[in-house]
Design a protein around this ligand. Structure first.
Ligand code: GLN
Length: 341
């Protein structure tokens, strides 16, 4: 990945789809100047946003995540012309956690189609925390509200095709590697640590198994789910995945369709309505881009027709979104008028 970062940085930016910042707007500037200025602007905004990490706390319910440095902050932007900019602690690796829910959803939607997938999991946002069991009991017939909460994501992971856990895992990681264009893997310590402590997720699974939402062995499903959540990368890779979604499922690097246009649209819609947990509404007003966060402090953004965003800032707010990452996105969206609304 590091080579990719250097390589893309050196290329001249002939066209630059992210839009113009307030400073460059209306002025004729060379493409290289815009790149350098963007990189400088990102560095400036990272340093402005970094103090907001003090308002958050690193997730500790997955013991292996406790060791993350709360003041880390990194961002990458990956444009649809295949260029990337980055700032802050951009070489730090982090795990996807809930961001992976978007990817597994894309995979099973392409395998089974909307009708089947949405017979098992709903399409409505929730005001409850991501790991809540409450709605599973009150919703009749029992069905997780959407694929971005844990219950819904577990039901989606349960649908990944394969005869064995290993086959399912290989399918998923290959799909992720197609999106990043890099070879990524998972962090075994984080996966194991979550597996040992995932009793809430275990209970969601058993509840859903009783009600026929999921089938098969619950422990096997948890092994696959915790590996999926522990997939590890740097922010440039995350921005690249966002860029594929921003580009209607077509890889800006190879020009190949990785996700169908329709499925990419569904994923981005869920990112808007449910991607930032139970503060997705506030995020839509303040930032206004399709985005998905995870309890590692990662945020993947997909700005349609413009670029993908990868952010990492492990100190989280009360619902589980990166505190400094949110601030950074808010400032950037304002600067580049990124809101899709
Ligand atoms: N692996 C985490 C869990 O299931 C993912 C949750 C998250 O990122 N919100 O608890």
């Amino acid at each position: 990945c590091y080579l990719k970062v250097c390589h893309t940085k050196l290329k001249a930016f002939s066209t630059f789809s992210i839009g113009e910042s307030r400073e460059t707007k209306g002025r004729t500037k060379g493409a290289d100047t815009i790149v350098i200025r963007t990189q400088e602007l990102l560095e400036e905004l990272v340093e402005k946003a970094r103090p907001f990490s003090a308002e958050g706390k690193v997730a500790d319910y997955i013991p292996a995540l406790k060791d993350q440095n709360p003041s880390d902050l990194a961002i990458s932007i990956y444009t649809l012309e295949n260029h990337s900019c980055y700032a802050g602690d951009h070489l730090k690796k982090f795990t996807l956690q809930s961001i992976s829910k978007v990817i597994t959803l894309a995979l099973v939607l392409m395998d089974y189609g909307e009708d089947h997938v949405f017979s098992k999991v709903g399409m409505e946002p929730t005001g409850d925390p991501f790991n809540s069991i409450a709605k599973l009991e009150t919703h009749k017939p029992s069905k997780p509200l959407n694929p971005m909460i844990n219950a819904g994501a577990l039901a989606v992971t349960n649908m990944i095709k394969g005869n064995t856990g290993m086959e399912k895992w290989e399918r998923l990681i290959e799909f992720i590697n197609h999106m990043t264009g890099d070879k990524v893997s998972y962090n075994e310590d984080v996966a194991y640590s979550e597996l040992q402590t995932a009793n809430l997720n275990r209970s969601l699974c058993y509840y859903m198994k009783q009600h026929g939402v999921i089938t098969g062995n619950v422990e096997d499903l948890l092994v696959l789910y915790t590996k999926q959540c522990a997939v590890e990368m740097i922010c440039v890779d995350l921005a690249k995945m966002g860029a594929v979604l921003a580009n209607d499922g077509v890889d800006p690097e190879s020009g190949r369709e990785i996700i169908t246009r329709d499925v990419a649209r569904i994923c981005k819609t869920f990112m808007v309505t449910c991607g930032m947990y139970n503060t997705s509404g506030e995020f839509a007003i303040k930032v206004g881009i399709p985005a998905k966060s995870g309890v590692s402090g990662g945020i993947m953004g997909a700005i349609p027709g413009k670029c993908g965003i990868g952010i990492f800032g492990p100190a989280l707010d009360h619902v589980g979104n990166s505190s400094a990452g949110l601030k950074l996105l808010e400032m950037l969206s304002d600067e580049y008028s990124w809101s899709i609304f």
